[in-house]
Design a protein around this ligand. Structure first.
Ligand code: SIN
Length: 278
């Protein structure tokens, strides 16, 4: 029996869990409560989790295999933990636009566990949006049309040699030569665990609908993006050192706000291996 408390944080998406300390050793019942919340809500927040990198890895491995992001810098000594850091003098941040992680992969990552190590005095919140709600609130006609469509996703324009974004992030991102992944996924997926339908295109990595040009795709994608990010589908998370967000990439998007120039933010991210999307 778990004593973990679950409380919704907004009408949009996300729950906050209390009465749990991951670092002090999680019982199977407490882990099951976290995992069930992750599957049911797609977004889980916890505060006060000042765990070591080893404990962070151990916790992630209870969900399954870790997917090492090939572009992000690593935390020194910990190949499995990506460093999502913005230094005081850095202008561009990592993740500063709506996206879901790894949609450019054939088998996109299931989720991510982001742990705040250093937070700026003001700002640096993360926005999240619910792709179940984005799907459910479309008209029956548009749902039906989208359900027969696929979209092409890529990493090249963000992490590849030709990426303008990459120039801004010179010395931050790694392995431009590995930005070769293009992947085709359904525009509407059925979540492998919850069985619910979710919108699965995103502004960062989706290039166009399969069989459509980028120009033809743009008006519909723009419509879907503004629809997906209606305030009613979103929440905003305020970090403190030791806060954790665990998000499900199959049914949420996130956006790291870049509003803390001149101050430092350091987050440690572990990405979880996923399964094929249908
Ligand atoms: C990310 O996109 O993984 C970073 C999110 C954040 O730093 O808040």
């Amino acid at each position: 029996m778990s004593a973990v408390e679950v409380k919704a944080v907004s009408g949009g998406v996300g729950v906050e869990l209390a009465n749990v300390d991951i670092g002090s050793g999680l019982s199977d019942a407490d882990f099951a409560a976290i995992q069930n919340s992750f599957i049911e809500h797609g977004l889980v927040f916890l505060h006060g989790q000042n765990m070591t990198p080893e404990q962070h890895i151990e916790f992630a491995e209870r969900f399954g295999d870790i997917n090492v992001n090939r572009f992000f810098p690593k935390v020194a000594g910990y190949e499995k933990i990506a460093s999502v850091t913005k230094e005081k003098d850095q202008v561009t941040n990592i993740g500063g636009g709506w996206h879901t992680d790894h949609s450019y992969d054939q088998i996109p990552a299931m989720g991510s566990i982001l742990l705040a190590r250093e937070t700026p005095p003001v700002g640096g919140d993360t926005l999240f949006a619910c792709m179940y709600k984005a799907y459910e609130s479309l008209s029956p006609g548009l749902k039906k049309t989208l359900e027969s469509m696929n979209a092409v996703h890529s990493s090249r324009h963000i992490f590849g040699d030709q990426s303008a974004y990459r120039d801004e992030m010179d010395g931050v991102f790694e392995n431009a030569d590995k930005a070769t992944q293009d992947a085709v996924h359904p525009v509407i997926i059925t979540h492998p665990e919850s069985g619910k339908k979710a919108l699965y295109v995103n502004p960062a990595f989706t290039l166009h609908f399969e069989g459509w040009t980028a120009a033809e795709s743009k008006p519909m994608l723009d419509y879907l993006y503004q629809h997906a990010t209606l305030m009613e589908h979103t929440t905003r998370f305020k970090w403190a050192e030791g806060s954790i967000a665990i998000w499900d990439n199959r049914c949420t998007w996130h956006y790291a706000l870049n509003d803390y120039h001149g101050t430092r933010r350091e987050m440690h991210r572990i990405t979880l291996e996923g399964s094929p999307l249908n």
